[in-house]
Design a protein around this ligand. Structure first.
Ligand SMILES: [Fe+2]
Length: 363
């Protein structure tokens, strides 16, 4: 390979002697008689040298100034300074300013060629390093792009999975309601009320989502309760009540092995627990009952009261709210009741109720 050397020196004899030595050694040479000419050659780009030999003492622009310009604009081209013995301190200083090396005049051929070869090798290593850094950077970028793409795909797949799950839950909720036409739309209204309440008290998006699923599925265990019991027109006997209470445990058992719905278990099992510990199935009280179950308990009771049931017609809004207040601290979490009433959470289902079930409310 032909390596190119640019020699910048104002002395024509040096240009000739050094030039001949380099050409004899196989280098392609270009000369310049002053700094400006040398810089022009570099800037034109038609002769890209692998190394520059630069005289320190020159008229107009000094070698030191030319060195600084080359370092700034062409940092990968090594510069060898040519200097007289009297200027050796300046030569050493140029190395601090980025010169690759210096050669003393009179120039010794062997030293000249060795120094130029070293400089060119140094440049090759620099270029190779730069290439590797660039390659590495490109590789990193392509990895980042792949990660981004994969993340997008995963998010999309997750979104689809969630949509499919929601559909499954809705179908399950409809299955419960199909057993009991009086509860038509009940699960969805409980979902809306619970979601609204969870959002008002500042629960996270994920938590709200799992509360929505749990609200839709809260009575899934009714699948295991005989229909004559579900449709009974009148109060339940203690034995029947005992059997009916099982729907919380049956529901929990149905859902407990489905990983996606595990977060709903506390709602399904706990939505009939009472704040004072007198509910079922576990007799939990206060904060022992998960907040999601305490929320759904209120939404469930409110919607049950304001819906027509086999044994009675829908109660008025005022009646239902009064009942909730009566249950503060006994059946229901008192703080959540305050929020339900003060923030008029119940309003979130009324527009639906008016169109969906005209018999449901007459307040
Ligand atoms: Fe229930």
């Amino acid at each position: 390979m032909d390596y190119r050397v640019l020699l910048i020196d104002d002395d024509p004899i040096i240009r000739k002697v050094v030039g001949l030595t380099l050409e004899k050694a196989g280098f392609v040479l270009q000369t310049a008689s002053n700094g400006t000419e040398g810089i022009n050659i570099l800037e034109r780009g038609d002769f890209s040298p692998d190394c520059v030999i630069l005289d320190i003492r020159m008229p107009k622009i000094s070698g030191i100034e030319v060195l600084s310009r080359i370092r700034k604009k062409f940092p990968l081209i090594p510069v060898i300074m040519l200097t007289a013995l009297t200027d050796i301190e300046i030569a050493i200083d140029t190395m601090r300013r980025g010169a690759f090396d210096y050669i003393l005049k009179p120039v010794r051929k062997v030293q000249l060629i060795e120094t130029v070869k070293k400089a060119i090798r140094y440049r090759e290593i620099q270029l190779e390093n730069e290439r590797l850094v660039k390659e590495n950077l490109e590789y990193q970028r392509s990895l980042e792009r792949k990660v981004e793409e994969r993340t997008r795909e995963l998010l999309m797949a997750y979104k689809k999975l969630k949509e499919a799950n929601l559909e499954t839950v809705k179908v399950l909720a409809e299955t419960i309601e199909a057993k009991d036409p009086y509860t038509r739309g009940h699960c969805n209204r409980v979902r809306i009320l619970s979601s609204e309440m969870a959002s008002v008290i500042g629960l996270s998006k994920d938590r709200i989502e799992s509360i929505e699923y749990g609200a839709l599925l809260h009575d899934i265990g009714k699948i295991g309760i005989p229909e004559n019991l579900l449709h009974k027109n009148g109060p339940l006997t203690p034995e029947e009540a005992e059997k009916f209470h099982q729907h919380t445990i049956i529901g929990d058992n149905i859902i407990k092995d489905v990983d996606f719905f595990k977060s709903c278990r506390k709602i399904i099992r706990g939505h009939h627990e009472w704040y004072n510990g007198k509910g079922y199935p576990d007799g939990l009280s206060g904060n022992q009952i998960d907040i999601s179950a305490r929320i759904v308990a209120i939404a469930d009771s409110f919607d049950a009261m304001t819906s027509t049931r086999p044994y009675r017609t829908a109660r008025s809004l005022d009646f239902a709210l009064e009942e909730l207040v009566k249950g503060k601290g006994s059946q229901f979490d008192p703080d959540l009741i305050d929020i339900f009433i003060d923030r008029e959470i119940y309003r979130s289902i009324f527009p639906l109720r008016d169109t969906e079930d005209s018999t449901a409310i007459h307040s």
